[in-house]
Design a binder for this molecule. Structure first.
Ligand code: BES
Ligand code: MN
Ligand code: ZN
Length: 482
């Protein structure tokens, strides 16, 4: 998608379609006001008569609007102007893109007046790409060019980097599990590393054994596809003492193992590598923007399958950090993968950690499909992430890490077991398990089981992978440059 700038006004511009925004129940502003004046008040009348829907992110198309040089006007509903924010810019532009991408368009002009521009451009990228990767008849068509009224060039390159990163994350999650297995994900990591001049280490099963990553290996041991762990290093600020570790769960398919999932719950389990995909996407964006931060990304890539060589209930496994784990449920595999990845990140010197994982159905029971659960051992580090998430409009809610929950993962035969007692508080007992592997390094765990993958489309993004939390991670990096 080409992003270009114009000095033409909204009424003068020549494009396949011109997009403007109207805040719900408010006076017309900026571009909308100009369109209204050029049409002698027609825009306001149509809104009053409810021919134009101004509920947030609704889109209405009007042909041959008077006073306009372009033949197609698209009006996007926005929340009240007091609420305009990065999340609104992203969603409004996503909605316009999704609305317009039902047909091929070569040149679209965006006069939405939403800020920041970065998120607006990202929204255009995301809305115009769907999940119909393998359909003969596509539902969405990429838009060749989006023209904006004059703005800051740096924000444009950042917005493109952000949009492409989110779409990379979405693509990886949307690819079916027969096409995206650990080795294929590794190839994508390698491509990102090469294109951005990053150091990469690829650990195959032999190296994983030598590194004592027995927990990760146990999960992958019944799969025909080899497991991998990838370490990517981005060094953007040699003068900073902060060294972040971004850790992602990369289970390319989760059958549940011997604790097999029922068919309905297994269907979407290609999404179980969304944490790893989010980490890779965000890292690509940070590298392209050349942000002044230091990040070691660690992704654990395995397939949780069933076979004569499966790990069993009752097995005791020694994780990389020496902790022994009794397996009570082979479907609680993500925490085993992350246990070793967290330890690798710490041994690489990471002193601030964020892990992302589609970890528990319990988190969805607690918070629903749109909200991520956040858990931490360090309130100040959590607050930095939560602020970025809030600014981006990516819903996040903190869950408590009371010490009592730790009791539930005690095992009679090993140091810990891989599930709590029963289902209650399952998102928290999972986080308590992870906490065993972070020593006292400031750490945030994001359970993105709900928001990372959607059954239904929203106004601004197709169903399937959402790419959620790429923006939050990147924004946090942008805000942490010294
Ligand atoms: N990958 C699943 C969690 C999940 C569920 C992600 C739904 C996305 C949508 C995870 O590996 C899992 O199976 N967790 C179990 C844990 C339980 C056995 C303690 C769960 O949530 O049921
Ligand atoms: Mn599972
Ligand atoms: Zn899983």
């Amino acid at each position: 998608m080409k992003i270009s700038l114009t000095t033409d006004s909204v009424t003068q511009i020549a494009a396949d379609a011109v997009v403007i925004g109207v805040c719900d129940n408010q006076q017309l502003q900026d571009a909308a006001l100009q369109v209204d004046q050029a049409s002698q008040g027609l825009l306001a009348r149509l809104i009053e008569e409810r021919e134009i829907d101004t509920t947030p992110y609704a889109c209405t198309k009007i042909m041959h609007f008077p006073g306009m040089r372009s033949h197609r006007l698209v009006v996007v509903g926005l929340p009240p102007s007091a609420e305009l924010s990065a999340g609104v810019a992203y969603k409004a532009c996503g909605a316009a893109a999704k609305f317009l991408s039902g047909k091929a368009r070569s040149r679209v002009a965006c006069y939405l007046d939403t800020e920041p521009w970065e998120d607006a451009i990202a929204g255009w990228h995301v809305g115009a790409i769907g999940q119909d990767l393998f359909r003969a008849t596509k539902k969405t068509f990429p838009i060749d060019e989006v023209v904006f009224p004059q703005r800051d060039q740096v924000a444009a390159t950042h917005g493109i980097a952000l949009g492409e990163a989110i779409n990379l994350t979405r693509l990886l999650v949307n690819l079916p599990p027969n096409m995206l297995y650990p080795k294929v994900f590794v190839d994508h990591c390698q491509a990102v590393a090469r294109a951005n001049d990053m150091q990469i280490e690829i650990w195959d099963s032999q190296k994983l054994a030598a590194e004592n990553c027995r927990a990760l290996l146990a999960v992958g041991q019944a799969a025909a596809h080899e497991p991998y762990l990838v370490v990517l290093q981005y060094k953007g600020n040699p003068n900073s003492n902060e060294h972040w570790g971004w850790i992602g769960k990369g289970v390319t398919f989760d059958s549940g193992g011997l604790s097999i999932k029922p068919s309905e719950s297994m269907l979407d389990m290609k999404c179980d590598m969304a944490g790893a995909a989010t980490v890779l996407g965000a890292l690509q964006a940070v590298a392209q923007m050349k942000l002044r931060v230091n990040i070691t990304a660690v992704v654990g890539l395995v397939e949780n399958m069933i076979g004569g060589n499966s790990y069993r209930l009752g097995d005791v496994i020694t994780a990389r950090n020496g902790t022994t784990i009794e397996i009570h449920n082979t479907d609680a595999e993500g925490r085993l993968v992350l246990a070793d990845c967290l330890d690798v990140a710490i041994s690489r010197g990471a002193n601030h950690l964020v892990d992302l994982a589609t970890l528990t159905g319990a988190c969805m029971v607690a918070l629903g499909r749109f909200v991520a659960g956040g858990m931490t051992n360090h309130p100040a580090w959590y607050a930095r992430l939560a602020r970025a998430a809030d600014e981006c409009g990516e819903p996040l809610w903190q869950l408590p890490m009371f010490a009592d929950y730790r009791d539930q993962i005690r095992s009679q035969v090993a140091d810990i077991k891989n599930v709590g007692d029963g289902r209650w508080g399952g998102a928290i007992t999972a986080a308590k398990f992870l906490q065993e592997f972070v020593r006292d390094v400031p750490w945030v765990h994001l359970d993105i089981a709900g928001p990372s993958f959607q059954d239904k489309p929203s106004a601004w993004v197709d169903a399937g992978a959402s790419g959620v939390f790429v923006r939050t991670l990147v924004r946090m990096a942008e805000e942490s440059q010294d």
